[in-house]
Design a protein around this ligand. Structure first.
Ligand code: SF4
Length: 284
C-alpha cells in the first residue's frame, strides 16, 4: 500500500435514525419475548442482506406472505405497508410491532389527508419499492407513481387537484426536475418535499466527498434504493465508484494508484460491515 493512501469515511455512512429505531424495536421484542412465540418481520426489515442474516441468527424470521392464522409478533418494516395489508395482518391474529419510519409515516399521513381533500396523488419514486407500494395503497385508486419525464407526459390532463410527494430516499436533483415538469402540466399542484433529512445529508456529503477522492466505495445492499442513489451521485461526479455489499468484493487491482479513497454507506448498512470494508481498504 502506498504510504500516503488515505481512507475518508463519510460522517453520515451507515444506519439512519429510522433504521436504528426499527432494529432496536424488533430486537427488544425478541429479547422480551416472554411467551416464546415466534417473531417475524414482514419482508426483510431493511434492504441489507447482512443485517437480515444477523436478525435470523437471533431467531427473527421473515414472512413474505400473510397467512390466515399466525401466533406471534410480526414487525412492519421501515418502509411501511398499505392499509389493506395492515388490516389482513391484524385479522390473522398476529401482534404487530410497527417499525415504520416516522418520516415515512409523515408521507403516508400527507397522502391520506390530501386524498380525503379530493386531491390526486403523484408519488415521485420507484414503483416496485415497498415504500411506494405502501403509499399507493394510501392513495387508493387516486394515485400514480412517476419516475421519468415520459411518465409525467403520459399522465392524463384531467386529474383535478394534484398533490405531489416523494419517496423518502429519492435523489434530490431528480425530484426537483420532475417537480418542474409536473408544475408545467398542473400549475396549481401542491408539492411536498418529502425526501428525508437523513437522505439529503447523505447525498450532499457523497457529492462533496466524491470531489476530494480518487475513488469512492459505496457499501450497502444492492436491493437498497438509497445505496444505489449514492452510487449514482458519485458516478455522476465522474469519480470511479464501487458499489459493494461486503469487504469480500474489494479487488486489490481496482485501487492501484488510488491515494485517497472515500467510503460511504446506505442508511441500512450496519457499522460492522463498513468497518470491515475500511480495514480491507487499509490492508490492500
Ligand atoms: S432513510 Fe429516511 S425515511 Fe428511510 S428509514 Fe432512514 S430516516 Fe427513515
Amino acid at each position: 500500500m502506498p504510504e500516503s493512501r488515505k481512507i475518508i469515511v463519510a460522517k453520515s455512512a451507515g444506519f439512519c435514525w429510522g433504521v436504528q429505531r426499527a432494529f432496536t424495536k424488533v430486537l427488544d421484542v425478541a429479547v422480551q419475548n416472554s411467551n416464546d412465540l415466534p417473531v417475524y418481520t414482514y419482508g426483510p426489515l431493511i434492504h441489507n442482506p447482512q443485517a437480515v442474516q444477523m436478525l435470523e441468527q437471533k431467531g427473527i424470521g421473515v414472512i413474505e406472505e400473510i397467512p390466515d392464522r399466525l401466533d406471534g409478533t410480526v414487525a412492519i418494516r421501515t418502509h411501511g405497508i398499505p392499509p389493506a395489508e395492515r388490516k389482513r395482518l391484524e385479522a390473522c391474529g398476529a401482534r404487530i410491532c410497527d417499525a415504520t419510519c416516522p418520516d415515512v409515516g409523515i408521507i403516508q399521513g400527507t397522502v391520506r389527508r390530501h386524498l380525503r381533500l379530493g386531491f390526486f396523488i403523484i408519488i415521485i419514486g420507484h414503483r416496485e419499492h415497498p415504500e411506494v407500494k405502501a403509499l399507493l395503497g394510501f392513495a387508493e385508486k387516486r394515485g400514480a407513481c412517476i419516475n421519468s419525464a415520459d411518465e409525467v407526459a403520459a399522465l392524463p390532463s384531467d386529474l383535478g387537484k394534484v398533490c405531489v410527494v416523494s419517496q423518502s430516499t429519492q435523489q434530490r436533483e431528480k425530484f426537483n426536475s420532475l417537480v418542474d415538469l409536473i408544475r408545467e402540466r398542473y400549475p396549481d399542484s401542491v408539492v411536498f418535499d418529502t425526501i428525508c433529512r437523513s437522505t439529503d445529508m447523505r447525498q450532499e456529503e457523497v457529492r462533496e466527498l466524491a470531489q476530494e477522492v480518487d475513488a469512492m466505495v459505496v457499501v450497502g445492499g444492492r436491493n437498497s434504493s438509497n445505496t444505489n442513489r449514492l452510487a449514482e451521485i458519485s458516478k455522476a461526479m465522474g469519480t470511479p465508484t464501487f458499489l459493494i455489499e461486503t469487504d469480500d468484493e474489494i479487488s486489490d487491482s481496482d485501487f492501484a494508484g488510488m491515494n485517497v479513497v472515500g467510503v460511504t454507506a446506505g442508511a441500512s448498512t450496519p457499522s460492522w460491515v463498513i468497518e470491515r470494508v475500511v480495514e480491507r481498504l487499509k490492508a490492500i
